[in-house]
Design a protein around this ligand. Structure first.
Ligand code: BMA
Length: 299
């Protein structure tokens, strides 16, 4: 089965703002959640110095966004993150909000977890680990009594578990890049990483993930993970659901990139928020039932 996400007519919907130094160059890789009848977006913003911080925007419909004047989360750990906070993924869990973000500093990138009760003020919990790693995202509920997280030690998608969000154990590879020739366009042949928060269905967890190819293109697709043991991949279709085709996805800060940190269900629809070419934020959709059928169709 094939499934192609359809670009929303209002897309792209979030642009860099040259009047704000901190978000003048790029706004991208946004997390989006629904809470109290509103859509809340946390996006990665880059100023002309290429340092990233996290901006916040709120919306009644998930299409028209009201942005805050200042970032809600900016580098705060000295040499560990002075080069930026990147790629937020926000999970609502047990009445609190957790942001998985990448700290970029003297030692490269490492995955951090922060917490908030109001979506505006954030406080670090702990790093998942302090070695090179990114694309981490918390599951929206505990599994087998423990917190579960996906992460990416290049080039694989890993899972890990924790009792307290501080000490993570049982690190296991769940998915790897496919060999050249094994997927359509070899779209996931070089490295892969999770997109937004996995979605629970009766058939399993839908994992949205990006693939990077030897042709340096970022595309996305979905797979299905076992409900009780998400380290088991049940189905993994060979085709991608979206690839860069529009000018703003092909040309920007980094060419040929579709990169997503948010996949949510609104009514019967999947909303796949993504960034084009690391420069602006757009939206593509599909009937959610089709996404479920697609994720169940792979081997
Ligand atoms: C990845 C991350 C993302 C970025 C993507 C494409 O490695 O750094 O932040 O969007 O590359 O440049």
């Amino acid at each position: 089965m094939q499934l192609k996400l359809v670009r929303h007519p209002r897309s792209p919907m979030l642009y860099p703002n040259p009047l704000h130094r901190w978000e003048a160059l790029n706004v991208f890789n946004a997390a989006v959640i629904q809470h109290n009848g509103l859509f809340h977006m946390h996006y990665r913003a880059q100023g002309v110095d290429f340092v990233s911080s996290i901006g916040y925007a709120v919306s009644a419909d998930g299409l028209s966004w009201n942005r805050m004047e200042h970032p809600v989360f900016a580098p705060h750990n000295g040499r560990e993150d002075y080069r930026g906070l990147e790629d937020p993924r926000v999970t609502a869990l047990d009445g609190r909000f957790y942001m998985c973000y990448t700290a970029y500093g003297e030692n490269g990138n490492y995955p951090m977890i922060a917490v908030s009760d109001n979506l505006i003020t954030w406080e670090d919990v702990a790093p998942l680990e302090t070695t090179e790693n990114k694309d981490h995202v918390l599951f929206p509920e505990k599994i087998g009594g423990r917190y579960a997280i996906l992460h990416r030690r290049r080039p694989h998608i890993w899972i890990a578990f924790s009792d307290d969000l501080v000490t993570w154990t049982d690190h296991t590879i769940i998915m790897s890049p496919r060999a050249v020739g094994a997927s359509v366009d070899d779209w996931d042949s070089k490295s892969i990483g999770a997109n937004g928060v996995p979605i629970k269905t009766e058939h399993g967890w839908i994992l949205f993930y990006h693939g990077y190819s030897t042709a340096h293109i970022y595309r996305s697709s979905a797979a299905l993970l076992d409900l009780n043991d998400p380290s088991k991949v049940l189905h993994r279709p060979t085709t991608h659901m979206i690839e860069p085709t529009e000018t703003w996805e092909i040309r920007g800060d980094v060419p040929n990139v579709i990169f997503s940190c948010a996949n949510i269900v609104v009514g019967n629809e999947l909303r796949f928020y993504y960034a084009g070419a690391d420069r602006m934020v757009g939206l593509a959709t599909a009937p959610f039932a089709d996404v479920v059928a697609f994720a169940r169709s792979g081997e």
